[in-house]
Write a protein that binds this ligand. Structure first.
Ligand SMILES: NC(=O)c1ccc[n+]([C@@H]2O[C@H](COP(=O)([O-])OP(=O)(O)OC[C@H]3O[C@@H](n4cnc5c(N)ncnc54)[C@H](O)[C@@H]3O)[C@@H](O)[C@H]2O)c1
Length: 327
């Protein structure tokens, strides 16, 4: 028995790198996998490669169940065919893992609008289109009293959460994915749809030029291990277990972001300082802001805005005020 036994899982960009590792792990955990991959170059240009078919062969040779899909996930009709293929082939759909991605790196001052659009399209439309089709299907199933235990896992990046040089298109897209996943978590809660995010690090072709110690999440992993001499693993398989967990029925939470890098798994938050409380009888003046900036910036006490859901998926609290670092 695997943690995903019988579940039907779509992995976009499943032919290479992280997506390939996810597909193989899902199959090993008992899932029926739709391996989507356009066979794109790193910059998103079409090639005649079919990496998805190779992954399907690997899965079936090991006794698992998988089919290949070669659609472009950022194309509305293509994403619709992908979701339809999962339902027709395996009788339903339980999880969508949005992983497909490209890069077109350039300093912002030289970036063309085509480079901007191409990256935003694959990452943001490439998440919106498949999950929009999937959510439509899940809502119809719920109405027909055949609810699925639906999960969405999206792929952000440390770059999207903290910025990166010569990647403004990618940074904007990856930050957008984190926000989109959060919105889906809020809207989907009442329908049993859980949506979480992974920010991975692995040496794949996207990250081929990086050394482990160039990567800040890996720095964090090192620091938290307290052993600066160890060589950290950078294979995609060191990210995948978190993705498989978030995709499974065992995952009973939503609207979270996890970093998964070099064997370290950590939750990532958006946090606010306790801040300075301005006057209530008049708006604060600009001078007030200048005078209280130290307090506004003071990180000794911070608050983590958290949504608390009730049993039915309704929202009970948006910002539980009592949760600060001093509580
Ligand atoms: N590798 C890392 O360290 C790292 C770090 C942060 C985020 N990520 C993200 O992880 C995801 C996977 O990246 P990877 O490192 O495995 O890269 P990769 O290039 O090895 O794999 C990406 C796959 O997506 C496919 N693809 C591209 N455009 C597509 C489209 N429109 N439709 C369908 N498939 C498409 C490509 O053909 C490729 O096989 C990406 O979203 C990437 O941004 C990777």
């Amino acid at each position: 028995m695997g943690i995903c036994d019988g579940r039907v899982v779509i992995v976009t960009g499943g032919g290479r790198g992280l997506g390939r590792a996810h597909c193989l792990a899902f199959a090993a955990e008992g899932a029926k996998v739709v391996v989507n991959d356009l066979g794109a170059s790193l910059q998103g240009d079409a090639t005649d490669e079919s990496p998805g078919a190779e992954v399907v062969n690997e899965i079936t040779a090991a006794g698992g169940e998988a089919v290949v899909n070669g659609d472009d996930v950022s194309d509305w009709d293509g994403a619709g065919r992908l979701v339809e293929q999962a339902i027709e082939t395996f009788g339903g759909l339980d999880t969508v893992v949005c992983n497909a991605g490209i890069v077109r790196d350039r300093m912002l001052v030289n970036m063309s609008v085509d480079e901007w659009d191409a990256v935003i399209r694959v990452h943001l439309r490439g998440v919106f289109c498949p999950i929009r089709h999937a959510i439509g299907y899940w809502r119809e199933e719920q109405k027909a009293e055949r609810p699925r235990d639906a999960r969405i896992v999206t792929t952000s990046s440390g770059a999207g959460l903290r910025g990166s040089i010569a990647q403004s298109n990618y940074v904007a897209a990856k930050a957008g994915i984190a926000g989109l996943s959060s919105a889906v978590a809020l809207e989907g809660a009442a329908h049993g749809i859980r949506s979480n995010v992974v920010a991975p690090v692995a040496v794949t072709r996207i990250a081929a030029g990086m050394r482990p110690d160039d990567i800040s999440e890996t720095d964090l992993a090192l620091a938290s291990r307290g052993d600066l001499d160890v060589e950290l693993p950078t294979a995609p398989e060191f990210v995948t277990p978190m993705v498989v967990y978030l995709a499974s029925e065992a995952c009973d939470f939503t609207q979270r972001i996890y970093s998964a890098a070099s064997g370290r798994f950590a939750r990532v938050f958006v946090a606010a300082t306790r801040g300075w409380y301005g006057p209530l009888d008049r708006p604060a003046s600009v001078e007030d802001i200048a005078a209280h900036l130290d307090q506004i910036d003071d990180r000794s006490e911070y608050q983590i805005p958290t949504t608390v859901f009730d049993e039915a998926g309704g929202i009970r609290e948006w910002y539980p005020a009592s949760r600060t670092s001093r509580d």
